[in-house]
Ligand binder design. Sequence first.
Ligand SMILES: [Zn+2]
Ligand SMILES: [Zn+2]
Ligand SMILES: [Zn+2]
Length: 442
Amino acid sequence: MQPPIIGDRVRLESHPNARNCAIATLSLLPGSTVVVVPSLANVLLPLEKGHRCDFCFQVSDAQRKLRKCTGCASYWYCSVECQSLQWKNHHRKICKNYSLFTSSSSFQTLQSHEKLDALLLAHLLAQESVPDPSLPQDNSLAISTFLSLLPGPQTLDGLKIPLPNLKPAIPPEIASLVYARFSNNNFAIHSHLTTVGHGIFPLASRLFNHSCYPNAAPKYLFTPTGVVMEVVALRQIRQGEEICIPYLDPAMLQTRHQIFEFTYGFKCTCSSCVEIETFNIPPPPDDPDELSAISKYLRAFVGLEGKLSDLPEKPRGTIPQQLHCVFHETYLSNLSEVFSKASHESQYELAIEAGVTLLGAYILIYPPNYPQIGVHLLELAKTTWNMFVILETNRLDTAPASKENARAFLNMSRNVLMTFGKEGDDGGPLSELETLQSLLES
Ligand SMILES: [Zn+2]
Ligand SMILES: [Zn+2]
Ligand SMILES: [Zn+2]
């Protein structure tokens, strides 16, 4: 079987445990593109319908008004070009029967994620003629690459997902083959860390194994020719090194194991999972003094006490036992809640302490240059700036130090976010960076 067409920076090799792995064919700097993969099919989340173009996913605004499809009144487009491309792709086969399909009882009884799958399946089947899997495949076709993926672990006990009324009709066994590859191969398409839709990117599924501490990550670009995934190197990747991406948010420290087992059908043996497995993660203590001592220890361990200028790296060596509870999901969610609540209530000292502690946890959990770290640093910069404004208004002599801290957080945030680069909608964290920068310079 000929290998799928990939590009010049990555190649497929055999792997001892997984089916294959993606190997860097050359040394890649942080922020460089590993591969660009167009979506084979995608679907907007229900909340985003009428708010984004159904074809290119761009948000509507004063310059970009959406027009509704007059046939079904259920798809919206930002331009004639988007509408006509989607019409040719699949909408011409779906438009007429769309309301019948989505109002049918078999569709209505589905759970929300199954409804999304049903629509994605409808888009894909209306668009692609699925090749007979028993015949030799042409792997330059994305649909053949998709069918070459391993099916998910859930056995398909009859196709619960309804099929659109297509001509010619799709045999249920073919639809089954496609659907069986959905659960473990769908990507959440996001803009600035918010999921806006789901899509399939067969080449990315074929190439990249998962790691909870990956050296690359996908981002999404909304282009006039459709939604595109770009896989970006998070750190320097050596020639010959395996390139992995995260299938899930690495901060899902406890729930991820069940999801890997039941949705993806594998046990993760990445460096993070191997490390955490030995912890037997305890819940964080209830006693506020004990909790505060752990947080102080965490900040010191990561190197976040005192004056900050550069973002520390994850310390080498084993993580002390006192810090194992940091890997409990409730520790992260509580800190995050304290940080945002205190920021909103102008309790800046409390907010910044919680925010810096959370940064310490992120440095232990996320790989360098992971976008969550950059976005969190931006929030810290904004909170510190707000604190500076209050201090300066009250002519307190701690104001200059606060301004310096805001600048330090902003610079760290910029380094991370610029490495990951522009993604998703216009605006977002990269333009917020510029706004805060100009305030700091004024
Ligand atoms: Zn569009
Ligand atoms: Zn329509
Ligand atoms: Zn893992």
